[in-house]
Design a protein around this ligand. Structure first.
Ligand SMILES: Cc1ncc(COP(=O)(O)O)c(C=O)c1O
Length: 423
C-alpha cells in the first residue's frame, strides 16, 4: 500500500465504502486528475452533483466574492446570499413552490419535509415507494428501500411509515401501463388493509428512482398519485435531490413529467458541489409551521447560497442542451443493447441513464458491472452503479459535457462490455 492509502486507512472510517485508492488532486470541467497525472472523465458527477462540471468560473467567482464578505452567520440570521438563492429557486421551481428552508444535505431536507408534512397535517402516516432512496439518517433511512443493507442493523426504524411498490416495468417484465396499474392497485389495497388515507400525511416519492435503479415514474402514475393526494388531503413530497437542476432535461423532473408537488426536496446539484439542500413549499403550507419548530446551524451557509444562485444562473443556458445530448446517449445505448447480450435494459430520463446488466435468463449480473466499471476507470472514466443488485450502470455525465466527450465515455463502455463478453 502506498503512503497515502496507508495513512487514509488509519484515520478514515471504512464505512464510507471507498472504491479505490485513487488520490484526486485536481479538477477541471468534466475531468478530475490524480496525483500521478492520470485524468478521468467524471461521469459519476461527484454522485450527481457537479452538473456544471468542476471549477465552473461563474460559481467560483460567486464563492470567492462571498468568502470575502461573509462565510458564516448561522441558520437563524438574515443575509443577502440566502435571500438571493431563495429568489433564484423561486423563479425556476414548479408553480406553487415559493418559499424555501435551507439545509445542508439531501437527507436533512427529506427529514425536514416529512416533519413539515406531519406537523402541518396533524397526521402521522408516511407512504414511501419500494426502491426509493432518501438518505441515511434515521428518518431518511426508514424511507429508503433501495437496498435492505442500508437498513440492516438499524431497527427499530421510524414508526408509521408504509412501503408500497413503485412501478418497475423491467423487473416485473411488464409494460409501463401494466406496471403502473399494479402499483396503484397495491396502493389502494394498502389503504384498505393497513392505513386509511385520512391518517396519511404524505406520499414521499422520487420522480425517477435513482439509487434504486434509474426507474422513471410515468406521467400517468404521478398524475394518479396527485389525484389521490388531492382527494384525501395527502401532501405530495417529490424528492428531486438527484433529479433536479437540469438532470432530466428540464429544471425538475416535475416539469418533464407534468406533476405538481406540494413539497419539493432539493440537494446535490443545487450549488454544484457546495453543501446545500432545500425544502420548497407554498407560503400557505409554510405558514402552518410555527417558527422554531425546526432549525439548523449551518443550513443555508452564505457561501453555499452564493454558489446556488450562480449555479441557477448558469443552468439557464445549459438546460436546453440536455435534450439533444440525452437523445444521442439513449440512441447509442439502445443500439448497444441490441448487440450485447449482457445489456438487458436501458432506461432513465435526460442525462440520467441506467444500463441494466444481466445474464441471458434476465437475472442480474453485478459481476459484469464490476468488470465494466473497473475497465472504464483503468482507462480514465468514473461511473457508478445502482439498483438493489448493483448491476445497473449509472451514467451521469455533467450537463456541460461536449458531444465528443460524451461519445468518448460511451465508446469506453462499449469497449468494456465487448471485453467482458469476450472473456
Ligand atoms: C433521491 C435522493 N434523496 C436523498 C438523498 C440523500 O442526500 P444526501 O446524501 O445529500 O444526504 C440522495 C442521495 O443520493 C438521493 O439520491
Amino acid at each position: 500500500m502506498n503512503d497515502f492509502a496507508d495513512r487514509f486507512t488509519k484515520v478514515l472510517a471504512p464505512v464510507a465504502a471507498y472504491d479505490s485508492d485513487i488520490r484526486i488532486v485536481a479538477s477541471d470541467g468534466v475531468w478530475v486528475e490524480d496525483d500521478a497525472g492520470n485524468r478521468y472523465l467524471d461521469f459519476a458527477c461527484g454522485i450527481s452533483v457537479t452538473n456544471l462540471g468542476h471549477q465552473h468560473p461563474g460559481v467560483k467567482a460567486a464563492v470567492l466574492e462571498q468568502i470575502d464578505q461573509l462565510w458564516h452567520a448561522g441558520g437563524s440570521f438574515k443575509y443577502e446570499s440566502k435571500l438571493r438563492a431563495a429568489e433564484a429557486l423561486a423563479e425556476v421551481t414548479p408553480d406553487g413552490i415559493d418559499q424555501f428552508l435551507f439545509m445542508n444535505s439531501g437527507a436533512e431536507s427529506v427529514e425536514a419535509a416529512v416533519k413539515l408534512a406531519r406537523k402541518t397535517s396533524g397526521r402521522q402516516g408516511v407512504i414511501v415507494f419500494r426502491g426509493g432512496f432518501h438518505g441515511r439518517t434515521m428518518g431518511s433511512v426508514t424511507y429508503t428501500t433501495s437496498k435492505a443493507k442500508y437498513r440492516q442493523g438499524y431497527h427499530p426504524l421510524v414508526p408509521s411509515v408504509f412501503v408500497t411498490p413503485f412501478p418497475h416495468p423491467y423487473a416485473w417484465q411488464m409494460d409501463q401501463k401494466e406496471a403502473d396499474e399494479r402499483a396503484i392497485d397495491e396502493l389502494r389495497r394498502m389503504f384498505r388493509h393497513e392505513v386509511l388515507p385520512s391518517e396519511v400525511a404524505a406520499f414521499l416519492v422520487e420522480p425517477v428512482q435513482g439509487e434504486g435503479g434509474y426507474y422513471p415514474a410515468s406521467p400517468a402514475f404521478l398524475a394518479e398519485l396527485r389525484r389521490m393526494a388531492d382527494e384525501s388531503g395527502i401532501l405530495l413530497i417529490l424528492d428531486e435531490v438527484q433529479t433536479g437542476f437540469g438532470r432530466t432535461g428540464d429544471w425538475f423532473a416535475a416539469d418533464v413529467l407534468g406533476v405538481r408537488p406540494d413539497i419539493l426536496v432539493l440537494g446535490k446539484a443545487i450549488a454544484n458541489g457546495f453543501p446545500l439542500s432545500a425544502v420548497g413549499a407554498s407560503a400557505e403550507i409554510y405558514d402552518e409551521w410555527p417558527p422554531g419548530s425546526h432549525g439548523t446551524t449551518f443550513g443555508g451557509n452564505p457561501v453555499s447560497c452564493a454558489a446556488a444562485t450562480a449555479t441557477v444562473e448558469a443552468l439557464h443556458e445549459v438546460i436546453p442542451t440536455v435534450g439533444p445530448l440525452s437523445a444521442h446517449a439513449f440512441g447509442r445505448f439502445n443500439e448497444m443493447a441490441e448487440r450485447f447480450e449482457t445489456i438487458r435494459d436501458v432506461r432513465g430520463l435526460g442525462l440520467m441513464v441506467g444500463v441494466e446488466m444481466g445474464y441471458e435468463d434476465g437475472t442480474p449480473n453485478p459481476d459484469a458491472l464490476v468488470f465494466v466499471r473497473q475497465y472504464a476507470q483503468d482507462r480514465g472514466m468514473f461511473i457508478l452503479a445502482c439498483g438493489p443488485d448493483a448491476n445497473v450502470i449509472r451514467f451521469i455525465p455533467p450537463l456541460v459535457v461536449t458531444k465528443d466527450d460524451l461519445d468518448h465515455g460511451i465508446d469506453l463502455l462499449e469497449e468494456a462490455v465487448a471485453a467482458y463478453e469476450a472473456q
